[in-house]
Design a binder for this molecule. Structure first.
Ligand SMILES: [Zn+2]
Length: 486
């Protein structure tokens, strides 16, 4: 294999990219037993790979995103992908695919081919001379880190993806797993894709998303369906056939070669969705740790974390709702919600004083007709010394006609500020393995999901089931639940 990049250079790039990812997301260490389990699987995987001289590290990042990626020396899984696996073998399939990229030196080979040159303009120039000066390594690594770990990984070509898939099947076989479980991973990706589409449509008036949910992680990863067909061929599944997920046959610890029960036991209780300091939305409530409040939402509110704000829609009356946060630049105790409102919405009219959660708030209207928005600006629970006045604000907007004002007012009667101690107890949504009982249906189980955001599609996506999958009593399924009792 010819590359102009030395192994040391390659690993320096990997280490740098991983450092920036850890800085951004943090490691997911809430459940130490899970982390240990993952690392042990990593060690077993490493033992069957070809490149023994360089150790692999296995990281689990505290991000709700559906993602996994590799950079030289590191296999990185986000906690956000774990709910979508239905056996240990599926998790291993993804780890093995990423290890395949590393072992086949895809990063080094792409730098050599110049495929990464557009991203790593200066880096490519440095490497044209094929030097091994360590300051240049640092330089290139700096470029990679600057561009972002994910971007650096986006250049993998389809042939490299196929190579990584083939290596993954080989490693899985050596580890004693049924390689067909890899096929289920692609089914899972396809199911996630369709869940994402329906979620997008809910928040965007029925529109189709312009980008695949995988664009941010796997720009060049071929569509799951293509890879599914490829893997099906390799493992000898008839083309187009659908293999039911392992869970359809209730597994027992004694008869569970793909590790379904083990896996479900390990991921039972993991965090799902954003961290509580960004807020937690359930079917009925919204909790915010940093801004210290809870709010009993208007019935039917479906909220989605965009990474910046919370955006939502009422599934019954289609009112659009946003929860945002604002901070005054100066720590001025006289800066109150009225000033915040006037600065944020200079053209708002009908500014009125109100009381929300026992504190002064201000409300106003912007736009008219279909564009009419009811604005409410209130104090954050996070104020200088928890005084009535402070510099942090919560901004609620409702795109609704005047007839909805009464409902909005009623819902704000169910807004409560929390003490620091209460706020620190807010739990994220959690994944729980539950046993299917006689009489349970897809709908009855989906109704137990702690969300109004396409709960049935989400249930189907995390469990790898569809309308035709038999739900046999005694088998285990996963639910996303709210365990807050505040
Ligand atoms: Zn890949």
């Amino acid at each position: 294999m010819f590359t102009t990049v030395s192994e040391d250079q390659e690993y320096a790039i990997g280490a740098k990219a991983v450092q920036s990812a850890i800085k951004e997301e943090g490691l997911y260490k809430e459940d130490e037993a899970l982390y240990d389990y993952y690392k042990v699987l990593g060690m077993k995987l490493e033992a069957v790979t070809e490149r023994q001289e360089k150790p692999l590290e296995f990281l689990m990042l505290d991000s709700p995103t559906y993602n996994a990626w590799a950079t030289p020396g590191y296999v990185n899984i986000y906690r956000g992908i774990l709910p979508y696996f239905n056996s240990e073998a599926e998790l291993v399939a993804v780890m093995a695919h990423e290890a395949g990229h590393i072992n086949a030196r895809h990063t080094a080979r792409q730098i050599t081919k110049g495929t990464l040159a557009q991203i790593l303009v200066t880096g490519a120039a440095i490497y044209a001379g094929s030097q091994t000066d360590s300051s240049e390594v640092a330089n290139l690594a700096g470029v990679v880190a600057g561009v972002g770990a994910t971007l650096a990984m986006q250049g993998y070509s389809r042939s490299y993806e196929r190579e990584a898939d083939d290596l993954a099947l080989r490693y899985m076989g050596k580890m004693g797993y049924d390689a067909r479980e890899a096929h289920n991973v692609f089914r899972g990706m396809a199911a996630y894709h369709s869940y994402y589409e329906q979620k997008y449509a809910l928040f965007n008036d029925g529109k189709i998303p312009p980008k695949s949910p995988f664009y941010h992680l796997l720009l060049s990863h071929p569509e799951p369906k293509d890879r599914m067909a490829q893997v099906a061929e390799t493992v000898g599944l008839p083309d187009g056939s659908v293999r039911l997920p392992t869970g359809v046959q209730p597994a027992t610890p004694q008869n569970d070669p793909q590790g379904r029960t083990r896996y479900l036991k390990q991921i039972d209780g993991i965090s799902v969705g954003p961290k509580p300091d960004n807020g937690v939305a359930t079917r009925t409530h919204f909790y915010h740790e940093k801004h210290r409040f809870k709010w009993q939402l208007p019935k039917g509110t479906a909220l989605d974390w965009t990474g910046q704000n919370w955006e939502g829609v009422n599934i019954h009356d289609k009112t659009k709702i946003k929860i945002g946060f604002a901070t005054a630049e100066k720590d001025d105790p006289d800066f109150d919600p009225e000033e915040a409102l006037r600065q944020l919405f200079p053209r708002a009219t009908d500014v009125e004083k109100a009381s929300v959660g026992g504190r002064t708030a201000y409300t106003a209207v912007a736009g008219s007709g279909q564009e009419r928005t009811r604005i409410v600006v209130l104090h954050s629970g996070k104020t200088a010394q928890d005084k009535t006045k402070g510099r942090h604000f919560i901004v609620l907007t409702f795109e609704a006609t005047a007839e909805k004002d009464a409902d909005i007012r009623t819902s704000l009667n169910h807004f409560t500020y929390l003490t620091l101690t209460q706020a620190e107890k807010i739990q994220p949504l959690r994944l729980r393995a539950v046993t299917v009982k006689k009489g349970d249906t897809l709908d009855s189980l989906a109704n137990r999901m702690a969300t109004n955001v396409v709960p049935k599609q989400w249930f189907m996506a995390i469990n790898g089931v569809d309308e035709n999958t038999p739900l046999i009593s005694g088998m285990q399924v996963k639910l996303v639940v709210n365990e807050n009792t505040l």
